[in-house]
Design a protein around this ligand. Structure first.
Ligand code: 0O2
Length: 218
């Protein structure tokens, strides 16, 4: 694949793009690790189950640019594709999603550009996830580049649903038979119920633990 280079933006080759976005992902992963450890230290549990990071493939970037009616230039990809670097944070409970989002927002060197809350407002397909486009500073030898990262935060159950739905949509190229789409919407409802029940159970367990500890102290 051929990229048309742009001399003005300081990022001229796919290799430079890769270097920059990989550096941004590393920073985000380290930040998440530190936040998780600190949270465990204070609250005695890990809000983050695991983190997945990826750089979007050149083919997917070209597809996205085409969909937006844009040429495959480095300038266009840097300016118009917000998810070249993506990090997915998987947590146990719905309440953790907002906690993690809040912790990210409060990091001084992170700027939040956009937020899409598909937890409170799920997509018609049933898709639930919390999306943020943020920038993190990447320090190169002669300059600082604020680099965009897409952050997706969701529960284990939501992630299970989203990966199956993604696979199905990929297989049917977005035209899944109506009964399969309907089943997926039903599954999304079951996932939401499961998340609710698990959260309530966890809250109850934490409450009981607190009572036991207080009893042991007195
Ligand atoms: P891929 O292959 O996963 O990277 P934008 O990025 O703003 O141009 P959009 O769709 O407005 O496009 O952004 P949005 O809604 O924040 O979605 C971004 C990503 O969320 C998608 O990236 C998917 O990864 C995921 N996503 C959004 N909607 C759905 C959905 O209904 N089902 C599933 N399984 N995933 C979804 P890409 O680039 O579309 O795809």
């Amino acid at each position: 694949m051929e990229w048309i280079n742009n001399e003005d933006d300081g990022i001229e080759t796919w290799q430079e793009v890769n270097l920059l976005y990989n550096a941004a992902l590393k920073q985000m992963e380290t930040k998440m690790e530190i936040l998780n450890e600190e949270f465990r230290h204070i609250n005695r549990y890990n809000p983050i189950e695991h983190v997945k990071a990826r750089i979007k493939s050149p083919e997917s970037i070209v597809k996205k640019l085409k969909r937006k009616g844009l040429d495959s230039t480095i300038e266009n990809m840097v300016n118009h594709v917000d998810d070249i670097a993506g990090i997915r944070i998987i947590c146990s409970f719905t309440s953790d999603i907002y906690r993690i989002a809040d912790m990210i927002e409060h990091q001084k060197d992170i700027s939040v550009l956009t937020v899409k809350d598909y937890i409170t407002f799920p997509k018609v397909s049933g898709y639930k996830s919390y999306h943020m486009i943020v920038t993190v500073p990447v320090y190169l030898s002669n300059r600082k580049v604020d680099t965009k990262v897409e952050v997706q935060i969701r529960t284990v159950a939501m992630d299970f649903w989203a990966s199956l739905e993604h696979k199905i949509n990929y297989k049917f190229e977005g035209e899944a038979p109506a009964h399969i789409s309907a089943e997926l919407v039903e599954c999304a409802r079951m996932v939401a119920d499961l998340d609710d029940k698990m959260l309530k159970l966890n809250d109850e367990i934490m409450e009981l633990e607190k009572i036991r500890e207080n009893e042991a102290k007195s």
